[in-house]
Design a protein around this ligand. Structure first.
Ligand SMILES: Cc1cc2nc3c(=O)[nH]c(=O)nc-3n(C[C@H](O)[C@H](O)[C@H](O)COP(=O)(O)OP(=O)(O)OC[C@H]3O[C@@H](n4cnc5c(N)ncnc54)[C@H](O)[C@@H]3O)c2cc1C
Length: 260
């Protein structure tokens, strides 16, 4: 569920998961059925429709997928605020005197993020794809029911070709003790504590919170190496105490306990 369901989230949902949307009557056969309306699915559907194909696009949650709703767009909006906070904090180094110490208004940062996301969401909207691009948009979780047939709700869609663009899910690495320790994979992470495993995209949120000057951030890494080192260098730019490398499950356990 999208929270806190303010006017921006209402605008977002009206674009990418309209509650009153009625799925169309399926065509006899589609040239292309696209399963999943994240970045990959939207581009596939728009491209095929643009060259005249009869296209159906099926989405079980929100059009825009991870990128619009929880990934690229929100993260870059938050990073923008974090960069501003860092610039203001470091302004003295550039000969700029700031009258008062900058503080972070976190609800306002999140409000701006939701406003940016809602503003962009018209590009991924049901109305744009169904109206402007001529794609038959179906909302609902789909399943294949035959080699050339897919079901969504009560509708059966026949197709010549299908694109499966259902995205990716986190997979836990096989680190001994990880299951007992527990771990977070992203959206549910608590801003106060960011355990980062390895040096993939997970480091982005940690950098965001650190840049924003979050006083309680502790960034444990389970993997040493160039990525971890670079992260700690970045963390050290703002506060040398803020980074920590933990590559021992026993050591990490109390950290996870504190996060719960
Ligand atoms: C924090 C974060 C920041 C990121 N920043 C960037 C960035 O700056 N630049 C960048 O290029 N990438 C970034 N990414 C990665 C980017 O979000 C993903 O690469 C992209 O969203 C993948 O798109 P996709 O279409 O493959 O999958 P998804 O976006 O996951 O879309 C798949 C869709 O399929 C739907 N679906 C799945 N199964 C079914 C079903 N059975 N029936 C109907 N629908 C179904 C899902 O509901 C979902 O909407 C970021 C990711 C994260 C998490």
């Amino acid at each position: 569920m999208t929270k806190p369901q303010d006017e921006f989230d209402a605008a977002l949902l009206a674009n990418v998961q309209p509650a009153d949307w009625q799925n169309p009557r399926p065509a006899a056969r589609y040239d292309l059925v696209v399963l999943g309306a994240g970045t990959a699915g939207l581009v596939s559907a728009a491209g095929a429709a643009g060259v005249g194909a009869k296209v159906a696009l099926i989405e079980g949650e929100k059009l825009g997928g991870d990128c619009l709703n929880v990934g690229c767009v929100p993260s870059k909006a938050l990073l923008r605020s974090a960069h501003v906070a860092a610039e203001v904090r470091d302004a003295g180094r550039f000969g700029i005197r700031v009258a008062e110490r900058a503080t972070v208004d976190f609800p306002e940062v999140m409000r701006r993020m939701r406003a940016v996301r809602a503003g962009i969401s018209s590009a991924d909207s049901v109305s744009r794809f169904s109206g402007e691009l001529g794609v038959d948009v179906f909302l609902g979780h789909a399943r294949f029911s035959g080699p050339a047939q897919i079901e969504v709700g009560d509708a059966s869609l026949n197709f010549k070709r299908a694109v499966i663009a259902t995205g990716a899910r986190p997979v836990a690495p096989s680190i001994p003790g990880l299951d007992e320790t527990g771990y977070l994979t992203g959206p549910e992470s608590n801003p106060k504590w960011h355990p980062l495993v390895n040096n993939g995209k997970g480091k982005l949120p940690g950098m965001r919170w650190n840049r924003r000057g979050h006083t309680n951030s502790l960034i444990p890494f389970f993997a040493k190496g160039a990525g971890a080192k670079r992260y700690l260098e970045l963390a050290d730019e703002t506060d040398p105490k803020r980074g920590a490398v933990i590559d021992n499950t026993e050591l990490a356990k109390p950290v996870f306990e504190m996060m719960r």
